[in-house]
Design a protein around this ligand. Sequence first.
Ligand code: CAA
Length: 262
Amino acid sequence: MEYILYEVKGQYAIITINREKALNALNSQVLDELNETLDNVDLNEIRALIITGAGEKSFVAGADIGEMSTLTKAEGEAFGKKGNDVFRKLETFPIPVIAAVNGFALGGGCELSMSCDIRIASENAVFGQPEVGLGITPGFGGTQRLARLIGAGMAKQMIYTARNIKADEALRVGLVNALYPMEELLPAAEKMASGIAKNAPIAVRNCKKAINDGLDAANMDDALVIEEKLFGDCFETEDQKYGMAFFLDKNKEKVKEAFKNK
Ligand code: CAA
C-alpha cells in the first residue's frame, strides 16, 4: 500500500494515514487503501484499532481538494459515497477504534475522527469543517455526526462559519475526550487500546453494537431491547462464566485452573 501503514502490536493494531506531503489528505486511493486495510484486519487476533496520521502536523487535512476540484455533480455524489461507505465501515467495525488526532483534523479529517469510537488529540490539534469556504457541504458524514456528537447548535455554528477550533475548545465542546503533548499521544492511545484488549472481547464488541444501534433506534424502548439481547448473548460466553466465577470464588487459583484451557 502506498498511503496506509498497518502495524500489529499484540492484540491491537495501528493504522497510519501516510501521505504526509499533502498533510494526509484523503484522495480516492487513500480511501480505497483504508477500506482494504479494514477488510484485512484479523478480527480473531485484533481487539482494538488506533487511527492516526503520519508526521507531527496533521491527522488528516481533509478530502483531497485537487481531486475534488473538477468533479461533476454525479462524480461529487459518488466521491461522497465512497468516503461515507469507508467511514461507516469504520463506525460499525466490530471492535473499538480510537482516533489519535495528531494535528489538523479538517473536513474529511474531522469526519474520519468522528467515525471512530473515541477521539484523543495532541495539544496542537485543530478541528473544523471548512467546506462552505470551498463552496461545498461537509461530504463524509460531517453534517450528521458533528451534530450528534456536540449538539446541533454548536455543530451548525462550526459548519456555517467554517471556523476551525483549537484543541482546548474541541475538548470543551466534547469533540475529544483528552489532550496530550504530541509525544504522549500515541503512547496514551496504545495504553487505552491495550486496556480495552484485556477485557472480555465479545462483551466489548456487544457494548459497541449496543451503543451504536441504540443511538440509531427510534426510541428508548427499542434501544433497551437491543441492549437486552446483546446482554443475554454474553451469558453464552466462557468470558462470562470465568469472569463471574473468578469474582465469586474465594479460591482464585482453582478458578484459573478450571478455565485454563477454555
Ligand atoms: N487537499 C489536498 N491537498 C492538501 C489539502 C487538502 N485538503 N490540505 C493540504 N494540502 C496540501 C497543500 O496543497 C500543500 O501541498 P503543496 O506542498 O504541494 O503545495 C501541502 O498539503 C501542505 O499544505 P499547506 O502548504 O497549505 O500547509 P499550511 O501549514 O500552510 O496550512 C492547512 C495547513 C491550514 C491545513 C491548509 O493546508 C489547509 O487549509 N488545507 C485544506 C483544509 C481544508 O479545507 N480541508 C477540507 C477539505 S474539503 C473536505 O474535506 C470535504 C469533505 O467533507 C469530504
